[in-house]
Ligand binder design. Sequence first.
Ligand SMILES: Cc1cc2nc3c(=O)[nH]c(=O)nc-3n(C[C@H](O)[C@H](O)[C@H](O)COP(=O)(O)OP(=O)(O)OC[C@H]3O[C@@H](n4cnc5c(N)ncnc54)[C@H](O)[C@@H]3O)c2cc1C
Ligand code: SF4
Length: 331
Amino acid sequence: MNPFSYHRPTETKDALSQIQKANAKFIGGGTNLIDLMKEYVEKPSELIDVNALNLRGVKTHADGSIDIGALVSNADCAYHADIQTHAPLLSAAILAGASPQLRNMATCGGNLLQRTRCYYFYDKATKCNKREPGSGCDAIEGFNRIHAVLGQSSSCIAVHPSDMCVALAALNAEIHVRSPRGERVISILEFHRLPESTPEQDTNLHPDELITMIRLPANPYATHFNYLKVRDRSSYAFALVSAAVAFDLEDGGTIKSARLAMGGVAHKPWRDLEAERMLTGKRPSKDLFATVAKHVFAKARGYKHNQFKVQLGERVLVRSMTEAIEKGVKR
Ligand SMILES: Cc1cc2nc3c(=O)[nH]c(=O)nc-3n(C[C@H](O)[C@H](O)[C@H](O)COP(=O)(O)OP(=O)(O)OC[C@H]3O[C@@H](n4cnc5c(N)ncnc54)[C@H](O)[C@@H]3O)c2cc1C
Ligand code: SF4
């Protein structure tokens, strides 16, 4: 690990001033950043610990929207009564990830910015455009079992690893950020990037912007929802493919609106708005779900070791939609 200075500001304005120093980085729970520093993938010279800032708490507004402070731990978010009642999809996705110990440490702000688990990104002996722009991508011709099948580029085929962010994408979350230039709100759908020719940029957040909170708009998806994650081990493993699904149904069972987001398949949580439109106004059925899943993966392209993800993705999506409908019926 490279030497670094450590700061623990108690005021946001001090954190925003300290982050201006060359090569400074914020640290939340440290569960990803410290690992990357140990591997010399991240080499900040200044660490700005945000844990003493006033960014905690989950607050539900009268209009049903919920604010989640950037420092709320993944565990506190997942087990919060209002999240479990009004956004159970988010709770389910968080609890599908990592381990209890990690979820206690990990913050919601840090989770948004966790970096890919591509093996080559962590291995400095290999070529990786995300770690070292312009060096190449050893994953494309290498062992690419965990890599992307949608939205990838000739520069990078890595996937975004977060479970939480897949549910946030389905729920249209807003990311609130602050910098010396003021505050802005970034839609979760615009927050993470596809790799294109600049895979070193995971997100559209500027390096000096502090995530202050995540806002969940009010939603009608607390009954018919499902987060299905398929992975190599049944716990403590990242998704090979996951699907966050939610439906709002008419009394007669017709789909009033639908949300679909997939994890493990692309460089960002993969939301397909056209697929959601295909579901709207229809009655749920096996054939409809199969048609929609085919549509979502119609442009998918696999590599030597991950071709299986295309069919797996379709099946996970169909099963997640089926379980979302059934879950509501059982209650
Ligand atoms: C063994 C292991 C298994 C895991 N399994 C899963 C899994 O199955 N599913 C899953 O989703 N995740 C998994 N994770 C990842 C885990 O969820 C993330 O490491 C965690 O969410 C990151 O949060 P953190 O607060 O520790 O971030 P940190 O490591 O502190 O920071 C991560 C990044 O966020 C930045 N940052 C932190 N807070 C802010 C802020 N407020 N504003 C701006 N920038 C900020 C940091 O500068 C850094 O770049 C796993 C991790 C490990 C180590
Ligand atoms: S897929 Fe992306 S992260 Fe992995 S080696 Fe290639 S450029 Fe690096």
